[in-house]
Structures are given as structure tokens and as C-alpha cells.
Design a binder for this molecule. Structure first.
Ligand code: OAD
Length: 259
């Protein structure tokens, strides 16, 4: 029997839940895309917030202070995502949905779940591919990324809106901004009715998204977490599996399919 790096006492209970679960919610953060080469935010040394201050790059105020700095940084990240491929974790989640009701709720602004084949993906923090006007909100069709994915994110003046000449901004949710209402309502409802919530690769620090595991726990769903490090979700999770998404998810889905 696969131990999943869990305490041996917990393994039978985890297997039973995996096999029985029909409505599964997978809640992902930056760690789910780490093995695809997309940097996380808070990991020591490699995390994006180790090099930059979030308030400079991921707030409306930061954008207005220095639009070229912010736009260039997001163009670099868009180029990185476009050059990346889904990893074994993304693919295992997509495969699970062949036999179970699996919905992904992600904080990630990349499209790697979709490219791995997941069709039900809720993006709580928007998409790096959906640009719009900062002033009037008109959608802006981005050309293919022209910057070097291996670079460091040089400053780049944002394009201007054809309708009102406003600055074009990335279609992501920044700090101090509201989450998209429909997506948030759906995410809460899914967490209230799930019979398993699997948290993968999130530090559980950024609210309101980080409150979703609590919603599921209050509704009685078992919570499992996959993360190589301890996080703020450890205390809430019934099963803390220490490992990476790309290594653990294929084994976990194989075990779930045995049911
Ligand atoms: P964080 O960077 O805060 O956390 C990433 C988590 O992934 C950490 O707990 C790592 O231990 C874990 N991790 C690293 N590699 C992993 C791997 N291969 N497999 C599994 N886990 C791994 O990222 P998020 O929790 O997604 O918001 O951050 C939430 C939000 O804060 C982001 O959406 C972003 C950020 O600031 C905005 O930009 C508004």
C-alpha cells in the first residue's frame, strides 16, 4: 500500500476517503506550477516576493506609480507561462476527472490546468492572458509575448486602449482588489458540497482564497494537503502529505482509481 508520506496510522483512512470521494475539489496555488518552471511567490530564494515587493508589482497603486515596471514584469511572466508545459501533477488531476466529479479552483493565473486537459477550472485571481483597460475595462487582445522568458522582466510601456486611450493592465486580481464575484460564489458553493478538498501547493496566506479550506471543513469535508513544506493549512488539514505535486498526484490518482 502506498504510504503517501503520511503517518502509517492515517494511510487506511486516507485510502478509504480517496476511493469513496465522488465530488472532489482541488484547490491549487503557485506550487502546483512550480515543476513546470513557473516561480512561486513565497518560497525562500526562488520565490517572486523574495526579489520584489508585492505592493510594487501586484497592486493598482503600484501599477499607477510605475506602469512600465509592472507591465514588463507581467509580460515576462506571461512569456514564462507560454513557454511552460503542464507537469505530471496537472495531468493527474485532469485524468482523475475522467472517472470522478473533479473541479479545480486555482489561485494561479496560468492556463496549465486547462492545457493538461482539465475542463472545469475556476480562476480566483484572473488570467495572465486576459488584458483590459485600466480605465474603461475594455478587453485588449494581447499579441504573442515578445519578451525573453529567461530574462528578468525589463520595464515595458503598456499599450493604450483603442476606446479611451487608458493604460492596458493584466487581467489578474491584485492585492486590494475584489475577487471576481461569480467565480468566488461558485468556489464557496463547491467547497460546501465537496466530499474531499485537496489543497495543492498553496501557502494558505492570501485571503479570501485561503478561507476556502475552512468553508469545506465546516461543511464536514475531509481536507488533504500536498506540499513539501509546512503551511498555515497544516492545522486544519486531516492529511498533510509532504511532497511535490508532480510526484504525489500521479500516485494519489492511481490509488483513487482503484475504488
Ligand atoms: P505561495 O508562493 O505563497 O506558496 C507556494 C506554496 O507552494 C508554498 O507553500 C510551497 O511550499 C509550495 N510548493 C513549492 N513547490 C511545490 C511543488 N513542487 N509541489 C507542491 N507544492 C509546492 O503561492 P500561493 O499560495 O499560490 O496573489 O500564493 C497565493 C497568492 O499570493 C497568489 O495568487 C499571488 C500571491 O501573492 C497575487 O499576486 C495577488
Amino acid at each position: 500500500m502506498d504510504t503517501f508520506d503520511l503517518h502509517p496510522d492515517l494511510v487506511p483512512a486516507f485510502h478509504a476517503i480517496l476511493r469513496k470521494a465522488r465530488r472532489i475539489v482541488v484547490f491549487t496555488g503557485a506550487g502546483a506550477s512550480a515543476e513546470s518552471g513557473i516561480p512561486t511567490f513565497r518560497d525562500a530564494q526562488v520565490g517572486l516576493w523574495h526579489r520584489f515587493r508585492p505592493q510594487d508589482l501586484a497592486t493598482p497603486e503600484g501599477f499607477l506609480r510605475d506602469p512600465a515596471l509592472v507591465y514588463g514584469w507581467y509580460e515576462w511572466r506571461r512569456a514564462k507561462v507560454a513557454a511552460a508545459e503542464p507537469n505530471a501533477g496537472h495531468r493527474a488531476i485532469a485524468a482523475w476527472a475522467q472517472t470522478r466529479d473533479v473541479t479545480v479552483i486555482t489561485q494561479n493565473v496560468d492556463d496549465l490546468h486547462e492545457r493538461a486537459g482539465s475542463s472545469r477550472v475556476i480562476h480566483l485571481h484572473g488570467s495572465i492572458f486576459a488584458a483590459r483597460c485600466f480605465d474603461c475595462g475594455a478587453a485588449y487582445k494581447l499579441p504573442p509575448p515578445s519578451v525573453d522568458a529567461a530574462g528578468t522582466g525589463e520595464a515595458m510601456d503598456p499599450p493604450r486602449c483603442a476606446a479611451c486611450n487608458g493604460l492596458i493592465r493584466p487581467g489578474v486580481v491584485w492585492f486590494n482588489e475584489n475577487l471576481p464575484q461569480r467565480e468566488w460564489a461558485k468556489a464557496e458553493e463547491l467547497c460546501r458540497t465537496a466530499d474531499l478538498l485537496l489543497c495543492i501547493g498553496t501557502s494558505g496566506l492570501v485571503y479570501p482564497a485561503a478561507g476556502l479550506p475552512q468553508v469545506a471543513a465546516q461543511a464536514g469535508a475531509p481536507i488533504a494537503q500536498i506540499n513539501p513544506e509546512a503551511t498555515d493549512l497544516d492545522a486544519l488539514a486531516d492529511f498533510n502529505i509532504r511532497g511535490t505535486a508532480g510526484k504525489i498526484m500521479p500516485r494519489l490518482v492511481a490509488a483513487a482509481m482503484q475504488g
